[in-house]
Design a protein around this ligand. Structure first.
Ligand code: HEM
Length: 405
C-alpha cells in the first residue's frame, strides 16, 4: 500500500447504487478515500481494518450511538420526550466513562461463560417450540416466526419475565426501536410510551428480586443496588438497553446468515455434512453480513484519522462491515467460506465498548441454525429476491424471509 495520504472525498450513502449494494459502495470508498466525508450525515467515515481498529482503541473518541434525531427536535418536543432522553443517557456506552466502567463491571457479573452455558438448553427449547408452531404448515417467515421471537424470549428469560409476558416484550421492542428511526415524532411518542410501560413493569420484577433473588439480570442489579453501586432507575434503563442491544442484532444475524447459506448452496451442503463447522460458519456470517455494520463515535479531542487531522466534536462512523471485508486482512474478502479461520472480525467491536452479549449471540445463532437445518432437510427459500431494507447510515436488514421446508 502507498504511504501517500489520499485526499478526503465526499460520498452520499443514500444514492440508489449505494443502498442497493452497500458492500460495493464501501469497497470503492476504502480504495479511494480511507477517510471519507458524508456531507448528508455531517460525519466522517472510516473503512480500513487498521483505521477502524485504531479508532475502536482510541480513548479520545467516545460512543455516539445515542439517537441524533432527538437532538434535532424543537425544545418543546425535546421536553415532551425528556424521559426517553434521560433514560438513554443512563444506558452504558452513552454515559461518561466513569459510569461506563461501573456498569460494565456490574454486568460482567452476569454475562459470564456459565450464563451462556445455562441458557443454551433454553435456547434449544425455544427454537424447538417456535419450529413446532410452524412445522405442519411447511412454510414460515423466518423473520416473524423464528429470528425475532428467539432472542426476545432469551432476553425475557434473562430479565426473569414469565413466559406469558414474552409477546409483550416483543411489542415493546418494536416500539422502542423507533428511537433510532428517522425522527418521526409519532414514532418517538410511541417509543416513549412503551419505554414507560416497560420501566414500570421492570420495577415490579425488581421489587420481587430484592426480596427473593434468582439467576437473572435484575437480581444482579438489585444486589448491586444494595451495595450502593447502582440505582433502580439505572437498573431498569439498562434492562431496556439489553433488549435494544440484543434483540434485533441477533435476529438479523440469524436471517442474514441464512440468506448467505441460501446464496451459497455449496456452503449450505458443506454445513449440513459437517455440523461441527457451525461455530465457524457463524463467524463467517458475522464477517460477511454482521448486524451493527456501522457504529458511531465522537472525537473528544483533536485526533489524526487515516493520516488526516480531525478536530474535537466531530462525528465519525466506523464501518465494521467494511473492515471485515478489507482485502489487506481477509484474502478474497467477498468469498463466503464457512471454513475460514476465525480471525480479527470486528462485528462485536473491540476494546472499551466490546459487546457484552457476543458469546450469547454466537451461541443463539449457532443453536438456532443447527436445529433449523437438522429439522428441515428440505429447507429452501420461498422468495425471488431477499427483501432487503436499507438501514441508517449504511447497511441493510430483512423485513421478511419466507422459506419452505
Ligand atoms: C449478533 C448480535 C450482536 C451484534 C452484532 C452486536 C454488536 C455490538 C457492537 C458492535 C457493540 C459495540 C458498540 C460500540 O463500540 O459502539 C456492542 C455493544 C454492546 N452489546 Fe452487542 N451485539 C449483538 C448482540 C448482543 C446481545 C445478545 C446483547 C445482550 C443481551 C448485547 C449487549 C451489548 C451491550 C450491553 C453493549 C455495550 C457494551 C459497552 O458499552 O461496554 N449485544 N454490540
Amino acid at each position: 500500500m502507498s504511504n501517500q495520504v489520499a485526499t478526503v472525498r465526499n460520498y452520499d450513502p443514500f444514492t440508489p447504487e449505494a443502498m442497493a449494494d452497500p458492500n460495493a459502495f464501501l469497497h470503492r470508498i476504502r480504495a479511494e478515500s480511507p477517510l471519507a466525508w458524508l456531507p448528508r450525515l455531517d460525519a466522517y467515515l472510516l473503512t480500513r481494518h487498521a483505521d477502524v481498529t485504531a479508532a475502536l482503541r482510541d480513548k479520545r473518541m467516545e460512543t455516539a450511538n445515542m439517537s441524533r434525531v432527538l437532538q434535532r427536535l424543537t425544545p418543546a418536543e425535546q421536553e415532551e420526550l425528556a424521559l426517553v432522553r434521560r433514560s438513554i443517557e443512563m444506558w452504558m456506552g452513552h454515559t461518561v466513562p466513569a459510569d461506563h466502567v461501573r456498569f460494565q463491571r456490574l454486568l460482567k457479573r452476569y454475562f459470564t461463560p456459565a450464563m451462556v452455558d445455562r441458557l443454551r438448553p433454553r435456547v434449544r427449547e425455544f427454537t424447538h417450540e417456535l419450529l413446532d408452531a410452524v412445522a405442519a404448515k411447511g412454510q414460515m417467515d423466518v423473520v416473524r416466526d423464528l429470528a425475532y421471537p428467539l432472542p426476545s424470549n432469551v432476553i425475557a428469560e434473562m430479565l426473569g419475565m414469565p413466559v406469558s409476558d414474552r409477546e409483550q416484550l416483543q411489542a415493546w421492542s418494536r416500539d422502542i426501536r423507533g428511537v433510532f428511526g428517522n425522527g418521526d415524532l409519532q414514532q418517538l411518542r410511541e417509543a416513549q410510551r412503551s419505554m414507560i410501560e416497560m420501566h414500570d413493569y421492570l420495577r415490579l420484577i425488581a421489587a420481587d428480586r430484592r426480596r427473593a433473588p434468582r439467576d437473572d439480570v435484575l437480581s444482579t442489579f438489585m444486589a448491586a443496588e444494595a451495595e450502593g453501586i447502582v440505582t433502580e432507575d439505572e437498573a431498569v434503563a439498562n434492562c431496556v438497553l439489553l433488549l435494544f442491544a440484543g434483540h434485533e442484532t441477533t435476529a438479523n444475524l440469524i436471517t442474514n446468515g441464512l440468506v448467505l447459506l441460501f446464496e451459497h448452496p455449496d456452503q449450505l451442503l458443506r454445513l449440513r455434512q459437517n455440523p461441527g463447522l457451525s461455530p465457524l460458519a457463524v463467524e463467517e456470517m458475522l464477517r460477511c453480513d454482521g448486524p451493527a455494520g456501522v457504529i458511531g463515535r465522537v472525537t473528544m479531542e483533536p485526533v489524526e484519522l487515516a493520516g488526516h487531522p480531525v478536530p474535537a466534536g466531530k462525528h465519525i462512523y466506523l464501518a465494521l462491515m467494511a473492515a471485515n471485508r478489507d482485502p489487506e486482512v481477509f484474502p478474497d474478502p467477498d468469498v463466503f467460506d464457512i471454513g475460514r479461520e476465525r480471525s480479527r472480525v470486528l462485528s462485536f467491536g473491540m476494546g472499551t465498548y466490546y459487546c457484552l452479549g457476543a458469546a450469547l449471540a454466537r451461541m443463539e445463532t449457532d443453536e438456532c441454525l443447527r436445529i433449523l437445518l437438522d429439522r428441515f432437510p428440505r429447507l429452501r427459500p420461498a422468495y425471488r429476491a431477499p427483501d432487503w431494507q436499507p438501514t441508517l447510515p449504511i447497511g441493510h436488514r430483512l423485513e421478511t424471509l419466507p422459506v419452505a421446508f
